[in-house]
Design a protein around this ligand. Structure first.
Ligand SMILES: [Fe+2]
Ligand SMILES: [Fe+2]
Length: 307
């Protein structure tokens, strides 16, 4: 192939991709995130923000405060002493961690609103959250134990990493169905099938929606690279952790979209090569340590999914 043809092909692919992503930027009835997210983001960009002023803003949303306190007092946060209000949480965990919790809970609620307003019987929202909460808890655990990446950021990125699939399922159900059918027919993972069927993937959709929602850039970038990470990028380690957690969760439980795994057996096709190499000892020994983290996952699932 001469370079002229290559160029032509590359530009038409770019054009297709642009068109594809535009679809997701222009979803008409996409809800916005609750105002508290923008407010907290704004406050954290201001170096004069104090713990008291941040707490005062969060305290206005009692539903978030209630869930946040349950979350920080749960076993997977690992604090022995009970945290009883937003101020204490901010002192012990730091402002950034509070921002991450507010983003997690608000995005969780907003994605659930999308699911209840746009019925789609082929997408099982409960299975989606079981997967996502599992990846969130395991990402935080692996980041903590290995001192790779930022544990709190990994938690949020783990929770939101596949939100592009949810957006695709509810707003572009035909495309979503096409991918599922192809995956089934050719025994492909969802990610492999979407690569064949569409000019872009759920990681890009998740990234674009994150940007639209003003989710911090680091998180949006981690979502973007959760299947393929760039050495040297600022989100390399967080993406590597989320990818490893995703592969292990898909191996230990039934993959929520493909249904084609043998639960309990590590399926190497889920992992990025770099993650597989760096995390190999952990992946290989997962049967030894996974039961410990499974308890934390179950607790977190209850917390997120029980009303
Ligand atoms: Fe994914
Ligand atoms: Fe996933």
């Amino acid at each position: 192939m001469n370079s002229g043809t290559q160029k032509l092909k590359a530009s038409s692919t770019d054009e297709e991709k642009k068109k594809f992503l535009k679809k997701f930027q222009n979803i008409k009835d996409l809800p916005s995130l609750p105002v508290i997210v923008a407010k907290v983001n704004q406050m954290l960009d201001n170096p004069y923000t104090t713990i008291d002023s941040l707490s005062a803003v969060i305290e206005k949303d009692q539903a978030i405060v209630f869930k946040m306190l349950r979350l920080v007092n749960s076993a997977f946060f690992g604090f022995r002493e009970k945290i009883s209000n937003t101020n204490e949480a901010a002192i012990i965990l730091g402002l950034d961690a509070i921002r991450n919790i507010v983003i997690s809970l608000s995005t969780f609620n907003t994605l659930n609103r999308i699911s209840s307003k746009n019925p789609c019987d082929i997408f099982k929202i409960k299975d989606f959250w079981n997967h996502s909460v599992g990846v969130a808890v395991l990402s935080k655990y692996l980041a903590d134990k290995n001192r790779i990446g930022d544990p709190e950021k990994c938690f949020v990125a783990g929770l939101l990493h596949d939100m592009g699939k949810l957006i695709l399922a509810y707003y572009f159900t035909d495309d979503f169905k096409k991918i599922l059918d192809l995956a089934k027919k050719e025994d492909l993972l969802f990610r492999e099938a979407e690569e064949k069927a569409m000019p872009g993937g759920h990681h890009e959709i998740g990234y674009y929606i994150s940007q639209k929602w003003d989710i911090p850039t680091h998180l949006a970038n981690t979502i973007y690279s959760h299947h393929s990470m760039q050495i040297g990028s600022s989100t390399y380690e967080d993406s590597l952790i989320v990818n490893t957690a995703d592969g292990i969760i898909n191996s230990y439980y039934v993959d929520f979209l493909n249904n084609n795994t043998r639960p309990g057996t590590i399926a190497y096709r889920y992992f990025d090569k770099k993650a597989r190499e760096r995390m190999q000892p952990w992946i290989e020994s997962s049967s030894k340590w996974f039961p410990e983290v499974e308890q934390l996952i179950n607790e977190a699932r209850k917390l997120f999914l029980e009303k």
